[in-house]
Design a protein around this ligand. Structure first.
Ligand code: FE
Length: 139
């Protein structure tokens, strides 16, 4: 069990912004088209804002026009948790960080078919983007 999972509610409150706390620890949703990563298209990786776990890369991101950052695939190592969510009279699948249980967003089945048909609809505030540094050569 990672050290992040031992943080209690007031710990999270003290390290996160109110918006980050509301979304990741309270299952909130940022307003559509408001998130700073919605139109992000640089090369890099997307990490859990709470614990830093790598979740997605820019190769997995696509423009879905839904108002939130969308990904068709997750990193194999991310092992994102899926939880049935019946709130608001809808049947949805919530996705959460497998390391610290942060609420990330939901996964839907209207994603690009050539990539498996899933759409991870993720709150910008649940993630930290780290831009790749292009050395101009293969490692
Ligand atoms: Fe996390």
């Amino acid at each position: 069990m990672g050290i992040e999972t031992m943080k209690n509610d007031s710990d999270w409150k003290s390290v996160l912004t109110p918006e980050q706390y509301n979304v990741t620890r309270r299952g909130g949703t940022e307003p559509a088209f408001s998130g700073e990563l919605y139109l992000e298209d640089r090369e890099g990786t997307y990490h859990c804002i709470c614990c830093g776990k790598e979740l997605f890369t820019s190769d997995m991101k696509y423009q879905s026009s839904c108002g939130w950052p969308s990904f068709h695939t997750e990193l194999e190592t991310a092992d994102i948790s899926r939880v049935p969510d019946h709130k608001f009279g809808m049947i949805r699948t919530e996705v959460k960080c497998s390391k610290c249980d942060a609420h990330l967003g939901h996964v839907f089945d209207d994603g690009p078919r050539k990539h498996g048909g899933e759409r991870y609809c993720i709150n910008s505030v649940s993630m930290k983007f780290v831009e790749s540094i292009d050395h101009g050569y293969e490692n």
